[in-house]
Design a protein around this ligand. Structure first.
Ligand code: GLP
Length: 241
């Protein structure tokens, strides 16, 4: 596990450089995309590079980590819509080449299986971007998730609904209670994991991720078993390392 401590802007450049190198090496690469605030600067940097250097996404594929269950298609916090707004719509990336688990599917378990199949058919994820929850969750794999889990339906903890309430007018009751999420087993099959964390509310989660025992209590610790992990953190998030 490589840990880089820096300021947020520099960390975003580092992540974007790694993605750019991957796309230039193999334009049909498969990128794993995260929502939440942590990757936003990376997306801004990728858009800048697309505009200024012609970095192309036209042959790439993208897979989202997770999705809320039941948010209507036009809801501004639906992750498919968020990723379109923050990234895809600003690039030459055909919208149908970026997908997420379908939180509106009639059969959610079937949607989960189909999502796993789609990732496998694409050849697996080359680079997976990740944020981390203050309780150590990645995607929506909350504490005590199975370390070998696959894409499935999960309920969100009170802590996560509280954390994400800022995207729903500050009201935790408006945050959906359920989601579809790639499992820890799914995520750790990606060939390179890049996790970004900034701010003091992530300090304990980052401490556990890097230095804690591997345990479902802090789901991100499973990344310690992965051969290629880059953790990009600012001073606030790194202050207990
Ligand atoms: C949500 C997302 C995660 C994300 C986490 C942290 O729960 N499902 O993928 O990593 O929030 O969010 P943020 O980056 O906004 O702190």
């Amino acid at each position: 596990m490589e840990v880089v401590i820096g300021v947020a802007d520099d960390l975003a450049v580092l992540a974007a450089e790694t993605i750019e190198a991957q796309l230039r090496r193999r334009p049909e690469s498969v990128l794993g995309l995260a929502t939440g605030s942590s990757p936003l600067k990376v997306y801004e940097e990728l858009i800048r590079r697309h505009r200024e250097t012609g970095l192309s996404f036209s042959r790439a594929r993208g897979f989202l980590l997770d999705e809320y269950v039941g948010l209507p298609a036009e809801h501004p916090q639906r992750y498919r819509r968020v990723i379109a707004e923050k990234l895809v719509d600003h690039l030459d990336w055909p919208a149908d080449q970026v997908v997420g688990p379908d939180g509106l599917a009639e059969s959610l378990p079937r949607a989960c299986t189909e999502y796993e199949e789609a990732i496998a058919e694409a050849g697996g994820v080359d680079i997976q971007l990740l944020g981390i929850g203050s309780d150590g969750h990645i995607a929506f794999n909350e504490p005590m998730s199975s370390l070998t889990s696959r894409t499935r339906v999960k309920s969100l903890t009170r802590q996560t609904r509280q954390d994400n309430a800022r995207f729903f007018g500050g009201n935790p009751a408006l945050v959906p209670g359920h989601c579809l999420t790639q499992g820890l087993g799914t995520i750790t099959e990606a060939r390179h994991l890049i996790l970004l964390a900034t701010g003091s509310e992530k300090t304990e989660a980052v401490h556990q991720l890097v230095e804690g025992p591997v345990s479902a209590r802090w789901p991100a610790t499973i990344m310690q078993h992965h051969p290629h992990v880059t953790v990009l953190v600012d001073e606030g998030a790194a202050s207990h390392l």
